[in-house]
Ligand binder design. Sequence first.
Ligand SMILES: Cc1cc2nc3c(=O)[nH]c(=O)nc-3n(C[C@H](O)[C@H](O)[C@H](O)COP(=O)(O)OP(=O)(O)OC[C@H]3O[C@@H](n4cnc5c(N)ncnc54)[C@H](O)[C@@H]3O)c2cc1C
Length: 296
Amino acid sequence: MSETASQAVPRIEAYYAPTSLEEAVEQIAAGDVAIVAGGTDLMVTANGALRRIKRGLMNIRHVPGLDGIAETGGRIRIGALATMTDILESDLLRAKAPILPATADRFASVQIRNAASVGGNIANASPAADMVIPLLCLDAEVELASWKDGAVSTRTLPITDYFTGPGKSKREAGELITAVEFDAQGAGGHAAFFKTGPRPALEIAIVSMGFMARIDGGTLSDIRIAFGAVAPTPIRAPETEKLLDGQTLDDDLIARALESADTEIKPIDDVRGTAWYRRRLARVYLEEELRNVLEG
Ligand SMILES: Cc1cc2nc3c(=O)[nH]c(=O)nc-3n(C[C@H](O)[C@H](O)[C@H](O)COP(=O)(O)OP(=O)(O)OC[C@H]3O[C@@H](n4cnc5c(N)ncnc54)[C@H](O)[C@@H]3O)c2cc1C
């Protein structure tokens, strides 16, 4: 094997498959370990040798408590290992937070959906991560576990404050994402997810948008608008939300909302699309959605 080829093959020296959360986070704290859930991001990275994979690989799929979608005490909890298929097929989410299955329905292919986890989508911290968009709209919290002073320690971070840049977040090196949670109340109003990719299937978003609102006779309240792939991180559009809140939609308000959203996004040119095209798409999505609401 040539030197270049051997450098491209990651050397995995240890494989771990912990069967408890304690074992998992203790091992993460102890070593040079890459976490693998569905592997749909990690294996592409490893194959392309874009980044050296760590020496140890930890499969977290046997850790109990990291899967499942359930409601307790008015909060909906989605385990980090829940796949896009789990989200798509969840009766609870279809009834109480339909923006999540609507997003899973636009995610990759059936094969990828069967493996891709919500925890992996968040951990990868891509500005184009689809499932982050509805979670931003839902004001979800990310639960993180780590090993501190000989025990499992957990903390939660609001997802609106979680991402710091492309591929970057406030998750510390020793932390495992265990779940996302959000209030069930408020999750069930009007909701929509939009996405365009460079091809009709298996697309990474050029732009995505999530929209949630309460609508009472044309008046909007509790508005949440999130955009993907138009800034260094997935973002909410708080100024546009404020502008629309409590207002009755008409042509003038829609025009002002489109101008406002345009000032909140910071798209760049890249291989998937130009900044100009991204601004155009963001505008088209928001206008389409506001006109859908206006026209009932
Ligand atoms: C063909 C193809 C199509 C795709 N289409 C889409 C798409 O439409 N939309 C989209 O958003 N993405 C898409 N992706 C990207 C990918 O499928 C998603 O980001 C997926 O959710 C990643 O989840 P995973 O379980 O496979 O993560 P993995 O690949 O297992 O892990 C991804 C990263 O997160 C870390 N990690 C995983 N789980 C945890 C955890 N619980 N705690 C801490 N760190 C963790 C891993 O160490 C790794 O760095 C696509 C990928 C492929 C290959």
